[in-house]
Design a protein around this ligand. Structure first.
Ligand SMILES: [Zn+2]
Ligand SMILES: [Zn+2]
Ligand SMILES: [Zn+2]
Length: 260
């Protein structure tokens, strides 16, 4: 069996999606499929299993597009709507399972899930078709079948938010879709990365997300081998923005797959 793992971008848009509803800008009306972005989410597949990161509002469409068949666990970055609203789409994956689906997240994210989808968390009388959740709170690094996962707290507005460092057979990849700043302790955990995937919303600064220039400053400090920008707005045209970046920094796009 191959020991190779893959990281698949299910979506790489900011919360409203691209195209933006009703927008006639050059990016939203572009014919380049790399300018069509669904809400940020990712899928990690390897000998450790199939892991979904966040269940955003476009999960149904993303799962069909990528022919996703199984999910063994979900890992949540935070409880913002663009990362949890597709929770109900996990039903189809739960129907194939004998045991409840492990949902890893902070206590705050779990509270948000319970508030938004109360019917799935009623112990008795839960209808057989609902999501069967096994809430697993993380505060420390944990493992899923040999895949090491280090949750790293970041600054992203008021909600408690994590990014993750994943380690698999000597390779390290980090995923930080929603971040304005990474505190010092977190930065120390992000050295020697093969791949960094990080928020780069738009050229202009934003209160809760990194701009392109701010994301580049973090790249300069961490020096990962390769970097991919994600959680992007309609202000970023894929081709012109990607071309203007240094050779080791790329823009992600929906459906892009990386091996690690
Ligand atoms: Zn987001
Ligand atoms: Zn637009
Ligand atoms: Zn967010």
């Amino acid at each position: 069996m191959s020991s190779e793992a893959r990281f698949l971008f299910l979506g790489c848009s900011t919360s409203v999606g691209v195209p933006v509803i009703g927008c006639d800008c050059a990016v939203c009306t572009s014919g380049d499929p790399r300018n069509a972005r669904t809400r940020s989410s990712a899928y990690l597949a390897g000998p450790f299993g199939n892991i979904l990161i966040d269940s955003g509002p476009d999960l149904h469409q993303q799962a069909l597009r990528e022919n996703l068949r199984t999910i063994d666990a979900v890992i949540y970055t935070h409880g913002h709507v663009d990362h949890v609203a597709g929770f109900d789409e996990l039903r189809a994956f739960c129907w194939q399972r004998d045991s409840p689906l492990p949902l890893y997240g902070s206590a705050q994210t779990h509270d948000i899930l319970r508030q938004m989808f109360p019917w799935a968390f009623v112990p008795e009388g839960t209808a057989s078709g609902y999501v069967k959740a096994d809430l697993r709170e993380f505060s420390e690094p944990f493992e899923i079948n040999g895949l090491k996962i280090i949750p790293i707290e970041v600054i992203h507005g008021k909600v408690l938010t994590h990014g993750f460092r994943f380690e698999w057979q000597g390779r390290a990849i980090a995923y930080f879709p929603d971040v304005k700043a990474i505190p010092e302790e977190g930065m120390k955990l992000l050295t020697n990365l093969d791949i960094l995937i990080i928020d780069a919303l738009r050229p202009e600064p934003h209160q809760t997300h990194l701009s392109i220039a701010e994301a580049q400053e973090i790249v300069e400090i961490l020096k990962p081998k390769q970097t991919y920008f994600t959680h992007m707005s309609h202000e970023l045209d894929w081709a012109t923005t990607d071309q203007a970046l240094p050779a080791h920094i790329h823009l992600a796009y929906d459906g892009l797959e990386l091996s690690f």
